[in-house]
Design a protein around this ligand. Structure first.
Ligand code: NZQ
Ligand code: ZN
Length: 382
């Protein structure tokens, strides 16, 4: 295990009715920008409970953050925050709303020329408005991490930034807010969280017992509870387990001291930028193919995943790895996602197009930095 420093400053308010506890965490004199998406928050009680927690404080609403949040939309919110001199943000929604708010928080006080440089050139975020989140879709882990992904459709780019300045001050995780999730979003959340675990686990052994066992428990929980949530959307315990699993999957804890891959995500982001697939759909395509392509390098961890999470007891390592890849695909299909390019009717030259886009930003990706854009093309052709 490598040396590490770990600190996560996000206060989690977990459970039914916990939005009320946010009232004590929002500064008394805060002038608030309340940000949400297309309106689902008005149907599950999350909007009403958040407004109740805001109480008598001044707040301005900004709705309309789209899935895969758009830079231009974020910049409209930045203008509103600046014009009205707002000093605290509440992100009410899924990963897209939270990611948008992280960018809005940084851009609103950005002193450089163009906030797009934070994403495009990776310029450092020196300051950001404080914000809290009320989560309605367990998936991205954005509620407890310092990452954000923003898209700019006019130039076909979907880019990420990370900064300690954009950790939320608090996040409300009320599982009852997720009862209204359509099957597609429940599917997306479970698959995204599962793949987050895999990006931090399916590399090479690092003698990191705690991280491995914790990662496996998160994965096991998602494999067990995901299909239950599709059948029983209002099962509190199931929704609660999924919500905590998704948050723990990407709050930087299981990443400490171990190698990380993230190639499935980088390939996936390009599939979304080019063809508009849901984030989780791209991962359901990419992960099994990356596992297949990098089977030799990842062999020990693939076999361990198979044995400990899917109960695979095949004798030979290669056989066990093949069975594990099949089990992962079966899980994605059971959740309702296709695992092939053709499942989404993508054009025949999609692998080349993704490879070309990856090459705009990266020479190579993966835990060993050895997956080149040419390899990405081969991966997608599997
Ligand atoms: O817009 P509304 O009307 O709210 O509807 C949303 C949206 O259409 C709906 N929804 C959310 N909660 C609901 C609900 N519908 C009914 N009931 C509820 N309780 O779900 C739709 C999708 O929401 P979105 O926020 O886009 O989904 P998700 O949470 O999966 O976020 C995806 C975005 O996060 C990025 C992805 O790339 C993508 O842009 N990611 C962010 C990461 C991070 N910050 O660490 C890591 C991830 O790997 C990922 O890249
Ligand atoms: Zn993801």
């Amino acid at each position: 295990m490598e040396n590490f420093i770990f600190q996560n400053p996000v206060k989690i308010l977990f459970g039914k009715g916990m939005a009320a506890k946010a009232a004590a965490l929002i500064p008394a004199k805060a002038k608030i920008l309340l940000v949400y998406g297309g309106g689902s928050v008005k149907k599950n009680g999350s909007y009403d409970q958040t407004v109740a927690a805001i109480g008598k404080r001044k707040f301005v609403e900004f709705g309309g953050i789209e899935p895969n949040p758009e830079y231009a939309t974020c910049m409209k919110a930045v203008k509103l925050a600046r014009d009205k001199k707002l000093d605290f943000i509440i992100a009410l929604g899924g990963g897209s709303v939270i990611d948008a708010c992280k960018f809005i928080a940084a851009a609103a006080v950005y002193k450089g020329k163009d906030p797009w440089d934070i994403l495009e050139k990776g310029l450092p975020v020196k300051d950001a408005l404080p914000f809290g989140t009320v989560l309605t879709l367990p998936a991205t882990g954005s509620e407890m991490n310092m990452n954000s992904v923003v898209s700019r459709r006019e130039i076909g780019k979907k880019l990420a930034f990370a900064s300690e300045k954009v950790y939320p001050q608090f996040s409300v995780l009320d599982p009852t807010f997720t009862y209204t999730l359509p099957r597609r979003q429940t599917r997306n959340g479970v698959i995204d969280a599962f793949v987050h675990v895999m990006e931090q686990y399916l590399t090479r052994p690092a003698n990191a017992e705690i991280q491995d066992r914790f990662a496996e428990s998160i994965a096991q929980t998602l494999v067990k509870e995901g299909p239950v949530a599709l059948k029983k959307p209002e099962d509190y315990d199931c929704r609660a387990n999924i919500m905590l699993a998704a948050t723990m999957a990407l709050n930087h804890l299981i990443a400490v001291g171990v190698p990380q891959d993230w190639s499935s995500h980088l390939i996936g982001h390009e599939l979304t930028a080019l063809y508009g697939l849901d984030h989780a759909e791209t991962l359901a395509i990419a992960l099994p193919k990356v596992m297949e392509y990098k089977k030799a390098q990842k062999l020990d961890k693939i076999v361990q995943l198979g044995r400990r999470v899917f109960g695979i007891e095949e004798k030979g390592k290669i056989k066990a790895a093949n069975a594990t890849i099949e089990a992962v695909k079966k899980f994605f299909v059971k959740m309702g996602a296709g695992v092939e390019l053709k499942s989404y009717k993508l054009p025949a030259d999609a692998p080349e197009a993704v490879g070309k886009n990856i090459a705009r930003t990266y020479k190579a990706i993966g835990e060993n930095g050895d997956i080149t854009p040419a390899d990405v093309v081969k991966i997608l052709k599997i």
